[in-house]
Design a binder for this molecule. Sequence first.
Ligand code: PMP
Length: 459
Amino acid sequence: MAIPESEFLLSNLTSKSAEYYQRACEVIPGGVTANIKYFAPHPIVMKKGKGSKLYDLDGNEYIDYLLSYGALILGHGHPDVLHAVENQIKEAGTTIFGTPHELETIMAQTLIDLYPGIEMVRYTNSGLEATLLAIRIAMAYTGKKKLAKFEGHYHGGYNQVLLSVNPNLNKAGEPHQPQAVPESPGIPDYYVQNTIILPFNDIEATENILCTHKNDIAAVILEPVQGGFIPAEPTFMKKLRKLTEELDIVLIFDEVKTGFRVSLGGAQEVYGVKPDLTALGKVLGGGFPIGAVGGKRDIMMISAPNQGRDLLTFEEDSGAKKDPLFHSGTYNGHPTVLAAGLATIEVLKKDGVMDSLFNNTNILRQQLETLYHAYGFKMQTLGMGSIFNIILTDRPIRNYRDMLQADMTLRKKIDYELLKAGVYIKPLNRYSMSIVHDEKDIERTIEAHEIALKNVTKL
Ligand code: PMP
């Protein structure tokens, strides 16, 4: 198959990445350590990052809007984060204690103060592990076995949730009754049978499905803002909270993307809705691996090893005592990572920082919309706070199936042109802003988009 012209031209500018990629393919399957990092003809290999910029092996400079999938809200190498990490290691004299330490409670208190739904906290090493732990807690707490998740929502790459994230519509069932479609070979049927798929932003259908399976469903997990850019409608969110309460289903907000990015207290603060459990990650680690689960004291306490707790208190006469829920990990609550995360949150808490981040994001979104419309493209930006996406359709977007109406082929061509013009966005991914992206970056980004739009019109 011939290489599309845009990819070919990109390869010319990034020949060292191409060379490196060939070598990487010899020792790493597909040359990437996460499949999402791949794009044709080869990913661009980076060597340095500073502020809002990334620099590749060929020395090309990019304004970075991927920001490590949203993690780097302060941009690359923020001095406060670098200093906190160096200082922590220097003062502690080690990278990790392998015992409790003070930063664990300082961060826990910080999260309790910021997130309305968080009363207690446990740490993990990734967002994936956070949702995994939240689901286990919910299942242990309710004694039920099934999980309900929304079509199009991503919660990490493990069997229980790697279903109907980006399903083929031929297999995905009716819009009001979506079916679980595994997203990878190797997922046992058990998970397909025990995962119930819900249609996002459709409260009537969601209610029907939840009521039908209420005795089996332990938890509903959702991204309050799907993919970080399709917001739940406020009435949908309020009704979902009420419904899950009535049906004794644990409501889990997966705020791995939205945490600190749509507001310091996440989407739960924006919506004024308290989930039972919250999963956090990304920004929380200041660029280092982390995850956390926070939630209601009563639910969280089932993992406490110092309390022999009767999990079956709702069955009065069973008398069964259960062991605490298992949760461990060598690196949980890593002091160096927590120091980086706390430094990040301190910067975000400063007066005006979040407002200016949101303001810059809005300016960029508005200027992009004006530009695309001036060139006659059907386009909207959609998002919340410091995250948004460019969607090439003027139809309303409320869920996964609506997104299929957007012109992804054109979007991909534009993204390749942007890479050539020095704007780093993983093709088809969302945009995340940082507090160090400034007016000049926005101006250059708009210029790059104009070049991209002119080029794709010619292609
Ligand atoms: N949940 C959501 C909403 C995410 O966006 C992600 C990562 N993109 C995860 C969970 C998994 O997090 P991690 O990649 O840190 O395992």
